[in-house]
Design a protein around this ligand. Structure first.
Ligand SMILES: NC(=O)c1ccc[n+]([C@@H]2O[C@H](COP(=O)([O-])OP(=O)(O)OC[C@H]3O[C@@H](n4cnc5c(N)ncnc54)[C@H](OP(=O)(O)O)[C@@H]3O)[C@@H](O)[C@H]2O)c1
Length: 299
């Protein structure tokens, strides 16, 4: 196969796990001609049944289109695929849209490889489930040179009509998506921990759910207030000091200990509060803990 540098919206997808299959399906539904490759052939065949063109190896997928989406488990897997199939020399004049989750090191090493071999790169992170692609809930965070993002706009728009460009710094999708994950993971782990404590203490989970929904409306406003306080350097004003939060968490620890639930999460949170106290932040707002998490900051 040779590169078809035409104006038809042809795109290849390498990696057909949950996310890659969702990407390929959404692109097909959006009217793109989609060539696909995956290590396990069954996933290729399932996509071919819905209109994709199956490729026998990743080199064929690279050659089939000038725009190639990569979405595999991690960058080590992609590097392995590149080596096993001698793909490096095939990146010339190809635009790789990299949607695999990666570290800053991964992203930098990969960008050098693509550019050194004459390719173009859009670096991205997906912040939604596969089922959200192509809907208002889709969230693609992307960076790259403006002209490269422009040439990919028709593909990106089929996945997320409101895709976000974070500019030319290719680290930004990783940094932003992992920061958002920090908020999500913390909130959801805290919720599951709370459910465990309710269950152990005999509070019906329906009651927990009802009151949790009540606190959610406060949470959104509080999240916004915390970010604005950090942005504006107003981390002293507060309605509830770090000391009050620390004591509340200590009481939670005692309740959990009495009920015999695991204390790992509370202990980790308590360690953050203790570090805040050591730094003299006890009377400050919760937002002041940003200096515990980012101690080297003069920003
Ligand atoms: N799923 C989500 O909701 C979601 C959300 C946001 C971001 N993401 C990101 O999207 C990326 C893909 O996630 P996923 O959910 O699609 O994962 P997944 O369902 O586990 O799929 C993993 C993909 O990587 C391939 N792969 C793994 N090891 C390989 C190897 N040694 N050689 C060749 N191919 C290999 C798999 O091929 P086989 O089919 O042959 O195993 C499959 O295509 C990840 O970076 C993930 O962080 C996923």
């Amino acid at each position: 196969m040779s590169n078809q540098h035409t104006s038809t919206p042809g795109v290849s997808v390498i990696g057909l796990g949950a996310m890659g299959s969702g990407i390929a399906r959404t692109l097909i539904e959006g009217g793109c001609t989609v060539s696909v490759w995956n290590r396990s052939r069954a996933k290729v065949d399932a996509l071919v049944a819905t209109g994709a063109i199956g490729c026998n190896n990743p080199g064929d997928a690279l050659n089939a289109n000038s725009h190639v989406i990569v979405c595999v488990s991690d960058y080590a897997v992609w590097q392995q695929i590149i080596q096993e199939h001698s793909l490096a020399s095939r990146f010339e004049d190809t635009c790789i849209i990299q949607l695999t989750t990666g570290t800053i090191d991964d992203v930098q090493t990969h960008a050098s490889l693509i550019h050194d071999n004459g390719g173009r790169l859009v670096e991205g992170a997906v912040m939604c489930y596969p089922r959200n692609l192509g809907t208002d809930e889709a969230a693609l965070l992307l960076s790259g040179a403006p002209d490269v993002l422009d040439e990919c706009a028709h593909i990106l728009s089929a996945l997320d009509a409101n895709w976000t460009s974070l500019g030319e710094d290719i680290n930004q999708p990783s940094v932003l998506s992992r920061s958002l994950m920090s908020g999500l993971t913390g909130a959801l782990m805290g919720l599951v921990n709370g459910a465990a404590i309710c269950r152990a203490g005999g509070v019906p989970l329906d009651v927990f759910m009802k009151f949790n929904e009540g606190t959610n409306s406060i949470l959104l406003a509080e999240q916004r207030r915390l970010i604005e306080a950090i942005r504006d350097g107003r981390t002293e004003e507060n309605e509830a000091s770090i000391k009050a939060w620390r004591e509340g968490n200590q009481a939670l620890n005692s309740v959990a200990a009495s009920l015999g639930t695991d204390l790992t999460l509370q202990n980790a949170i308590q360690a953050v509060f203790q570090e805040g106290r050591r730094r003299g932040l006890d009377e400050h707002d919760l937002s002041a803990l940003v200096d515990v998490f980012d101690p080297a900051s003069d920003r």
